[in-house]
Design a protein around this ligand. Structure first.
Ligand SMILES: Cc1cc2nc3c(=O)[nH]c(=O)nc-3n(C[C@H](O)[C@H](O)[C@H](O)COP(=O)(O)OP(=O)(O)OC[C@H]3O[C@@H](n4cnc5c(N)ncnc54)[C@H](O)[C@@H]3O)c2cc1C
Length: 429
């Protein structure tokens, strides 16, 4: 199953190696804005604050870009999981509308921003095929089409099982929906583009520089790092699924969940043209979802999902993903896996991303595995907010960021929840 050149690192790092950015000691001890976390959220925020003329420093505990932002599946959608009905019952129809609208905006913003800035990240509007994993799910999907509220219409259409081979050559599904506007991106190239824009805007970047403590002092903050103590007027927390002890309040509100990915070794073009003829990104209707797509050069399939109840490592996750992959595409049994990796997404208790401010401490996080577009978008908003612009306003600003009793740092409820949903997915519901 493993190719001779098998690696336990993201496939994306082959064409876009991890950046070699400054690991020097911190030279400045006061900044206007300190951004903690150098993924899409942090860099996108830094672009805005630096462009607004604020002295901005981005620090990352690891090499900048080491987190989800160079590990993800590169599927760009509207990113909002709860339905209009569910959001309306919680927050009222107007807020529900605004939240979903923001989801649509995050998709168009990602396309327009990468184009306008000349970021070469293989952004392609290839469309998503959302595949029903059983007949009952297909019936449910059919009922959703055309039911979007006014102003939130999604350009979706039904594909019955008989026509499915035009989208995907697999007997594993029972028809599905196509969302033609959803897109694919090379996640590492997108990250590299944001990094370059942040540096050009004047932001300083320091890798291998974890913030270990933050305290408030003199209308600002003191931030301890192993490279020295910094003071900042404003802090932006952009740590998502890697949010640790630095801010216990945030840590109690995000649930780190490992997501696992494999890439196949190169496949013949003729095979790829049959398996995924339209280059679509694919997801399925399972609650514990599988997501996959062709690589940007259409030579490989990049296939991801949650493989086990607890966390595991890329060597052990690879055979499990391979089994599912070859269940979907039996012809792939003749081909091996060249890469296997994982990363931590940040789930939230209401399945929504959150951003906000507490007296100059800004944050955006909790993308629930759908931040390839949304993280850069919300990072942009939170950066504008920190720069004092009214354009920093978002629909998420007044949504309560919930936690649960007895949740501190160990998501003890994760394994039982995954088990429950896996069992549910196996039923014909
Ligand atoms: C395997 C996988 C597949 C995914 N697939 C998709 C997909 O197809 N589509 C989609 O929409 N989304 C997907 N996602 C989710 C998406 O990648 C994330 O939502 C997004 O990248 C979040 O970006 P971020 O900048 O907020 O966080 P990250 O990119 O994770 O960056 C957070 C950074 O914070 C740093 N950090 C943490 N603590 C500290 C500290 N104390 N001091 C300094 N630095 C710190 C970390 O080192 C890390 O680099 C996937 C995620 C994973 C892991």
């Amino acid at each position: 199953m493993f190719s001779n050149d098998f690696k336990e690192t993201p496939y994306w790092w082959e064409n876009c190696p991890q950046p070699n950015v400054n690991a020097d000691p911190i030279i400045t001890n006061h900044v206007d804005v300190l951004v903690v976390g150098g993924g899409y959220t942090g860099l996108s925020a830094a672009i805005q604050t630096a462009r607004a003329g604020m002295q901005t420093l981005v620090i990352d505990a690891e090499n900048v870009g080491w987190g989800c932002s160079t590990r993800n599946g590169g599927q760009v959608s509207i990113s909002i999981k709860p339905s209009f009905v569910s959001l309306s019952s919680r927050y009222g129809a107007e807020v529900a509308h605004d939240i979903l609208k923001e989801g649509h905006q995050s998709l168009t913003w990602t396309e327009e921003f990468t184009k306008a800035e000349g970021i070469n990240c293989d952004f392609k509007v290839v469309g998503r095929y959302h595949a029903a994993h059983n007949p009952s799910q297909f019936e449910k999907l059919v009922k959703t089409v055309g039911k979007d509220p006014k102003g939130l219409e999604q350009d979706a259409y039904v594909v019955p099982k008989s026509e499915q081979p035009n989208e995907i050559l697999s007997g594993a599904y029972h028809g599905g929906l196509v969302y033609p506007k959803h897109a694919s991106i090379d996640p590492a190239k997108y990250h590299a583009g944001l990094l370059e824009k942040a540096i050009t805007a004047g932001a300083a970047i320091r890798s291998y520089c974890p913030a270990t403590n933050i305290t408030r002092e003199n209308n600002g903050f003191l931030i301890e790092t192993p490279k020295g103590v910094l003071s900042a007027k404003k802090v932006i927390l952009a740590t998502n699924g890697y949010s640790g002890s630095l801010s216990p309040w945030h840590r109690r509100r995000v649930i780190p969940i490992g997501s696992y990915v494999i890439a196949t070794e190169p496949l013949p073009g003729e095979l790829m043209d049959r398996l995924l003829p339209k280059d679509r990104i694919i997801s399925d209707t399972r609650k514990v979802v599988y997501y996959y797509r062709p690589s940007p050069d259409r030579t490989r399939i990049v296939f991801g999902g949650r493989v086990s109840l607890g966390e595991t490592n890329p060597r052990l996750s690879a055979p499990k993903l391979y089994k599912t992959l070859t269940g979907v595409f039996p012809e792939l049994k003749d081909y091996g896996i060249s890469h296997s990796w994982m990363g931590f997404v940040a789930y939230t208790f209401d399945e929504l991303m959150h951003c906000g401010e507490d007296d100059n401490l800004f944050y955006a996080m909790g993308y629930c595995g759908s931040g390839a577009g949304m993280a850069g978008y919300l990072g942009m908003r939170i950066g504008l907010k920190a720069a004092g612009s009214s354009e920093g306003k978002t629909a998420f600003d007044n949504i309560p960021f919930e936690t649960r009793p007895f949740y501190r740092e160990n998501p003890w409820f994760l394994a039982p929840s995954v088990l429950y949903y896996k069992l549910r997915d196996a039923l014909p519901l």
